[in-house]
Each structure stands twice: as structure tokens, then as C-alpha cells.
Write a protein that binds this ligand. Structure first.
Ligand code: ADP
Ligand code: MG
Length: 155
């Protein structure tokens, strides 16, 4: 299923992230795609709050992976912008994060497309200059049954 929401500012994007974080379940992978400065990290901060994370979420651009374990479920926050070879993901131990008891969220997920599980939840954020500097379109695509609550909302 697919759901599209437009936001008019960072707090709205944060709220959508939070809503998804509240519904997230162990073993899920969320792939975030969108240009630099589009709001992937803002979305992630909301998502983390939705999961019950209280530690401050920072962008893991230089570390690739940041783990948060104080929420309802562990959150593995990846920023794979700097990944050049998928072997680097093996070294980080991504499999335990994608197929374990936590939720993984990946910024710049298109960089590691071949590693994403089939039932990954896709989130694409894009700007539209014609709609103003703070406008964002957020498109969420999930396989049937993965986010049943969203499916109901989209009806
Ligand atoms: P990314 O992680 O995609 O590089 P960030 O989340 O770090 O982007 O930054 C997004 C920037 O865009 C922030 O400065 C934020 O205030 C701004 N912004 C403006 N409008 C929006 C919106 N509707 N949604 C999200 N961020 C927005
Ligand atoms: Mg970011």
C-alpha cells in the first residue's frame, strides 16, 4: 500500500515520523530516500520519539550506525551516505540490525539497495520548489500487511 502526506514544516514531518515509530515492530526495516536537507533526520527524530527513545538522536553521518536502546524496541539508525562498498555494511554487522529484535531505519537507503529486505518500508521525501521552501511530500510504501494501521488510514 502507499500513502502520501504533504508537510508544511519540520514539525509536521517529525509528527509523521513519530506516528510510524509508534507502530513500528521488531524486525522491520525503514528505508529513507531523499536529497540532502529534505528532512530524513527530522523524520528519524520523530520516529525515535514514537519508539520511546529519550536519548537525543544525532545524525550518524560519520559513524554510519547509531544504536538507541532505551525505547520500546532497539532502534538502529543508519546513515549510509558515505558507504562505498556493501562489505562495509558487513563489517558494521548490519544483519543483526536488519534481522534482529530491533527496528532499523536507513537514511540514503538507495546506496545499499541490494541489502534491503523485500518487506522494507519505503519512505521517499521530496521538495517541490513551486510549493515553497518548507513544503515536503512524504510517500510511504509498505507491502500489504506490514503496516495495517496505515492501510486503514489511507482508505
Ligand atoms: P536530511 O537528513 O534529509 O539531510 P535534515 O532532517 O537534517 O535533512 O534537515 C532538514 C532541514 O529542512 C531542516 O533544517 C528543517 O528545518 C528543514 N525543513 C523545512 N521544511 C521542512 C519540512 N516540511 N520537513 C522537514 N524538514 C523541513
Ligand atoms: Mg540526515
Amino acid at each position: 500500500m502507499q500513502l502520501t502526506r504533504n508537510t508544511a514544516g519540520p514539525e509536521e514531518t517529525y509528527r509523521i515520523g513519530k506516528m510510524l515509530g509508534q507502530k513500528a515492530r521488531p524486525g522491520q526495516v525503514y528505508a529513507l530516500t531523499g536529497d540532502l536537507g529534505v528532512g530524513k533526520t527530522i523524520f528519524t527524530k520523530g520516529f525515535a520519539e514514537g519508539l520511546g527513545v529519550t536519548e537525543p538522536v544525532t545524525s550518524p553521518t560519520f559513524t554510519i550506525l547509531q544504536s538507541y536502546t532505551d525505547g520500546r524496541v532497539p532502534l538502529y539508525h543508519f546513515d549510509v551516505y558515505r558507504i562505498e562498498e556493501t562489505e562495509e555494511m558487513d563489517e558494521i554487522g548490519y544483519e543483526d540490525c536488519f534481522y534482529g529484535d530491533g527496528v532499523a531505519l536507513v537514511e540514503w537507503a538507495e546506496q545499499i539497495e541490494e541489502l534491503l529486505p523485500e518487506d522494507t518500508v519505503r519512505i521517499v521525501i521530496r521538495k517541490d520548489p513551486a510549493e515553497g521552501a518548507d513544503f515536503r511530500e512524504i510517500r510511504i510504501t509498505a507491502p500489504d500487511g506490514v503496516l495495517p494501521e496505515l492501510y486503514k488510514k489511507a482508505q
